[in-house]
Structure formats: C-alpha cells, structure tokens
Design a protein around this ligand. Structure first.
Ligand SMILES: [Zn+2]
Length: 556
C-alpha cells in the first residue's frame, strides 16, 4: 500500500484521496464511482488527449492536476479555453469554488488570485496557473509555460493553441521532465480535432467484465443497453450488468508504445447516469447525442457532401431550361448556379454584374443573390426586376417561422433563410439524389464544384447560455484561412430561388419527412467516368421531361 501522505506530492490521484478533495459542488471525489478517472489523475505523460462526453468530472480533474503541477512540480501552467466568456463561465463557477471548498488547495495558493491568473507557492517557488482564451488574440500568446492544457480543443482556435504549444520546446530545455501538451474536448466530427489526436494515441479503451459470463467488453451504444427494460446489459449473454461491473473496468491500450496517451470517455461509464437517460438523449439531435453523451464524433452522410455523393447525382442529359432559378453568391467574383426542377444545368463565375443580369434575362429566371459583402448591386437588380430578383439574408437565430421566409411590403425584395436548416436541407437533398446535375463530371470539376462542397462541415456549438446548436463551417475558417466554398452557397441560394418556381408557401423538404421511395433513379457515373446504367430507363426519362405544359407540374 502506498503511503498517501508521501504519494500526494508525486501524484494528483493520491493528493485527492489524502486530502479528501471535494468537487465544485462539494461532493467528495472518492473514485469508487469515478474509477475511470483515476488513471487520468495519475497520468503524467507528456502528451495526453481525451475525447470526452460532458458531465463526468473531467474538467474538475484537469483543474486539480493543474494546481498540483504548479505546487508540487513547480510548473507554470496555461489552461486554454475557447472563448473569453467561457473563461469567466469556467473560472467563477468551477475553479474558484473548487479552491475555496478545499483547504488543501487553498493553502497551496500564493498571493495572486484573479480571474485569469492564480499563483501557487511562495517567493522564488511561486508558480502560475493562467486561464486564457484561444480566441483572444492578445491574451498573452507570448507567455511561456511548462504545461499547456487545451480544454474544449475542438471549439478552440487551433492556430493559437499550436502557437502556445510551440513555446513548450523552450521550457523542455530547462525542465526536460515537463513540457506537457494536453488536449481535451467533446469531439466534433470524424478525423478532426481530438478525434484525430486520439487516432494517433495508444487509444485506451475502458474494458469491463460481465460478472455473470466473464466476458470482457467495451460499453457501446446501442449494443450495451436493453431498450425495453432500460438496463445496461452484457453484449454476450444479454443479462443485466451491475453498477459494480461498470465501475470495475480498466483502461486497456489498443496500441502499445505510442507516446501519446489517449482516453475516450462516454456517459455509459458513469454509474450515476441511468440507461433511461441515455435512451432519452438518443432521441434528440444526433450530433449532440454522439458528441456530448457518448463522447464520440458524429458521422452521418447528411453532415458533409462527399465527392461520391455528388457523382451519384450526375445525370448528364438535355435540360428543357424552363422555369429556371439562379442562385448567386456575392463577392469580388460572383459564383452562380443555374437550374430547374430537372436539375442544375449550368454554373460559372464572373466579375461583372451585367453578366449576372444578362443570365437572368436569358432564362427569364427567378434569381436569389446573397446580400453580403456588396449589398448595392443585388438591391439594384431586385428593384429593377420586382418579384423576380431577391436579396438573400442568412438568419442565424431560430426566429424564422419557416426555413425560408419571403419578405413582404417594404421588405418584398428580400428573402430570409435559417442558415443551418437550409444548408441541412440542401445537403440532405444531394445525399438522397434529390438534386441532379445535368452536367458532366468534367464540367463540374472545371468549376471546382466538388471541392467547394467538400469544404463545408457541420459541428455543434454551445452558446454562452449553454444552448447547443448545429452550425455549418468551412475548412480553414477557424484559422482565418477559409477556403473557397462559393459554389456550395450558390447552390443553396439556387434552392431558395427554386421555391419561387414552385407553389408559394411550399415547405422545403427536410430529411426527417422525406419518403424513401421518392429517391430518383439516377444515372450513376463512376469516378473513372464509366457509366453504370443500372435501372436507368431513357424512355421514362424523356417522357418525364417533355410532359405537356398545359398545367403547372406541381398541380398534376
Ligand atoms: Zn455476460
């Protein structure tokens, strides 16, 4: 048995036990329920990554480890969080009560104790714990430290985090025993942020043993839960797992000898979270359930538009070019997408607003143009072609009654759309082959169409008020090196304009209520441009395209 009074100096786990440390809510941290956190408390690997769910006490552990490193290892520690308000929302409700309710921590404190900076120890041995925002440009990027911890890494400014980490090299020269680079986060999407780092780690998995059949297993969704009885069950014998079964697991590395120590923590490991709560969470937004309950990146074909997804929508055939809608992405160079209910048949880019106007006249098209960054030219066109040309505004709030809202009266030249929902809808349409391209793969590639789409991805962000919401971002946006995605936005604006060619007020389809049997039988084009005919019927297609025009198609 280790002597805790001695052990506490060397190890944060022993420190917690010896000093009967309580968490920020005053509950003792005893490891009888949090056994899965003990290894992390004891882990002093130079590189640690944790892909974590919410509400399991992980950040509390990270704060205690930081204070322990300052005091017992004479380390300066930088604790990075995504935003300035999160620093405030983190230090005041979490760090300060943790220190004030634990005499052992309080006694270690030095003379400095403010929001962004705490000191530990006295005199020459005084060391500092900085809380900083990775998004705040001037918040001390020049600070150097022995340990840099990035919490909520996936929502942080990764360029800033990297800059802080590069300063560790200098500190390793004077303190080769330190220079720690630790990053933790709720994950976002596959192969990015902490998930990417975890893939390069030893990939520790929490293995438990069924006390009835002795089968070693990792708790996974949905296999480890019986939906009817709302119990955790063994994946082999299907009998209920006891709380003790789930507590008495151990971390087993998948890869031995890797430098980076990696944990993946889910709420399935937490014995105080009943299976019924997991089932309840599973019925909400799937990316929130995966990221925050299961601690897993969320993968769905609906949250990204892959090259393959677009290729499956290629249907290179003549388009009658009637009832045309055009979407225009505003900018120094305008990007446009032209199509109708049969499909997208042209796209391009121009620096000349006259060309945009000529395109509108050529097809007598409905046209939707983004308002930013140059609102004047679209407004001029909207006034010149009332009821035909509209200026588009993305709405980031959820106040819109529908996904697309057309302005009335003095706002009749405007159209508003819920940014997340309209992009969700168009992405779902492409993935379900509900949007077709009457163009060849070569033509699409010439306009970098597939590349522009591949740069959009969906993540979940949390507001200051703790409300989680899906948002679409573009690769590079976080580091100020946003890559072009204009053709994707032009397609979204085209989809908005398409509503004018349909009956007014028709709600745009969402993936949730889309009947599966409406997926069109598209002509498949392989990446090598060979064509798979499959169930393609040319006669049927021609008939469909040249129906008599006496009635609008949507009334048939
Ligand atoms: Zn079993």
């Amino acid at each position: 048995m280790i002597d805790l009074s001695v052990g506490q100096q060397f190890n944060a786990g022993a420190f917690v036990l010896y000093n009967h440390i309580v968490n920020e809510n005053g509950d003792p941290i005893t490891f009888d329920r949090h056994k899965f956190l003990l290894d992390f408390y004891m882990d002093e690997s130079p590189e640690i990554v944790a892909v974590k769910c919410s509400q399991v006490g992980f950040s509390t552990a990270a704060i205690i480890k930081s204070a322990h490193l300052c005091h017992y290892k004479q380390a300066n520690v930088i604790y990075l969080l995504p935003s300035k308000s999160i620093v405030k929302d983190f230090v005041i409700p979490k760090v300060d009560p943790l220190i004030s309710s634990n005499p052992a921590l309080k006694n270690m404190m030095g003379s400095t104790d403010n929001l962004g900076l705490k000191s530990f120890g006295i005199g020459a041995l005084q060391r500092f714990l900085y809380f900083r925002s990775s998004w705040d440009e001037d918040s001390g990027i020049s600070l150097s430290a022995h340990v840099v911890i990035s919490d909520e890494y996936d929502r942080s400014n990764k360029k800033a985090v990297d800059t802080y980490q590069t300063r560790l090299d200098a500190s390793r020269l004077t303190r080769p025993d330190l220079g720690f680079d630790w990053r933790f986060s709720n994950p976002t999407f596959d192969g990015a942020g902490v998930d990417e780092l975890y893939q390069g780690s030893d990939q520790k998995r929490w293995m438990i043993k069924c006390s009835r059949c002795n089968h070693h297993q990792q708790l996974t969704w949905p296999e480890s839960i019986n939906m009817q009885t709302e119990e955790y069950i063994c994946k082999r014998c299907y009998r209920p797992l006891s709380d003790l079964d789930r507590i008495n697991g151990e971390w087993v590395p998948t890869y031995l000898g890797r430098r980076r120590s990696g944990y993946q923590i889910s709420q399935l490991m937490a014995t105080w979270i009943p299976a019924s709560e997991i089932i309840k969470d599973s019925k909400g937004d799937q990316s929130i359930f995966y990221n925050f309950t299961l601690g897993l990146p969320f993968t769905s074909k609906d949250i990204q538009v892959s090259r393959e997804a677009i290729i499956k929508c290629i249907y290179p055939t003549a388009n009658p070019m009637t009832d045309v809608a055009i979407g225009v992405d505003n900018g120094k160079t305008m990007n446009y997408v032209i199509g109708n209910k049969y499909g997208v048949f042209a796209m391009g880019e121009t620096d000349d607003w006259l060309e945009i106007e000529n395109l509108r006249n050529q097809y007598d098209a409905y046209m939707v143009i983004d308002s930013n960054p140059y609102p004047t030219p679209p407004l001029k066109l909207a006034n010149k072609y009332p009821g035909k040309v509209f200026v588009h505004w993305y709405s980031d709030d959820t106040k819109l009654a529908e996904v697309i809202v057309w302005g009335e009266d003095e706002k009749r030249t405007s159209v508003f759309s819920d940014r997340t929902k309209i992009i969700d809808a168009v992405v779902a349409d492409i993935n379900a082959q509900d949007i077709l391209f009457n163009m060849t793969l070569d033509e699409l590639e010439n306009h970098e169409y597939l590349k522009h789409w591949a740069r959009l991805y969906r993540i979940v962000v949390e507001s200051d008020k703790g409300i989680r919401k899906g948002v679409w971002r573009t690769i590079g946006q976080e580091t100020g090196t946003k890559k072009p995605d204009h053709k994707a936005h032009a397609t979204i604006l085209w989809k908005v304009a398409m509503q004018q060619t349909l009956s007014r007020g028709q709600i745009i389809k969402t993936p949730m209520n889309k009947p599966k049997n409406q997926i069109p039988k598209a002509l498949y084009v392989n990446p090598d441009e060979t064509i798979v005919n499959g169930s393609f019927n040319p006669q049927q297609m021609v008939q469909q395209m040249f129906r008599p025009k006496s009635k609008p198609w949507y009334k048939r």
